[in-house]
Design a protein around this ligand. Sequence first.
Ligand code: KG4
Ligand code: ZN
Length: 315
Amino acid sequence: MISLGIETSCDDTSIGIVKDNTKVLACITQSSQEFHKKFGGIVPEIAHRKHFESIDKVLIKVLKKAKVSLKKIDVICVTKEPGLIGSLLVGINFAKALSFSLNKPLIFVNHLHAHLYPVFFRKVKPSFPFIGLVASGGHTNLFLVESFNKIYNIGKTRDDAAGEAFDKVAKILNLGFPGGPIIDKISKNIKKTSFRFTYAKLEGTLDFSFSGIKTAILYKVKELGERIDMRIKKLICAGFQNSVIESLVYKCKKALNKYHINTLVIGGGVGANSLLRKKIKELKKDGIKVYLSPLKYCSDNGANTAGFGGRLFYS
Ligand code: KG4
Ligand code: ZN
């Protein structure tokens, strides 16, 4: 069974081809990130136009790389929500046209659910039920996952997404875009920082809040004024990252306890963060089985959409 997945929810035009929902034959992603850089965030109108320019070329490339012809595709899967509406529409209409012309079934996929799927590309796969954390540039959600089509949202951010906070803090510190990988990299060698930023625990809920940390950094930068140099920026980044990651891990533990579950799956762009991966792996000593998305499938990509959509089709 071969599924083709189309993902255009944000700035990446990505198409993946997956065999039997477990083997990625090819995945091609064309990002429009360089066109957004000077704005310090994604500009929906630019993202939309770039998808429109790239999508057919990405399809041709991915078919070639997977050595598969369109006739061999059994099911077309596409991200339906959530995402930027103009961007989603390019993928959805392209998928509809493919499905209609090839006379193949069309499956709509929830993008957040698909972010939990790449762990199923690994040799050792999680078993149900599990708690899933999706931390990306637009969302931060906790899910109770009972099966591929029984996924319940049990917590979410009340303001900024975790990745959005990384991006905004990098912007405040003038470090570039997207902020996540930059902050991750420059914080790596910092063993100790005196900068501590408390995060809202929102006790009694599994919700997150990151806008307070971002605002605290904004005030700190104003307070430091001229004294701020690269060394101080790095220390601030490390303090910020510690706080965001601690908050994510704290809520994962709360969710595991609340639902008496001992399996945790991590997905989404922030799932690539090295400190988060380290802290999540440390949960193993408490008897938690942890499954981290392979690095190359943390960010938006069509392979996740193809794999998850293929599963939905067969269930
Ligand atoms: O999942 P994704 O590719 O797109 C969305 O669905 O939003 O996530 C993109 C987000 C960006 O905010 C980016 O800064 C963040 O993921 N990100 C990271 C890292 N790599 C990407 N955040 C922290 N550490 C990283 N290593
Ligand atoms: Zn995403």
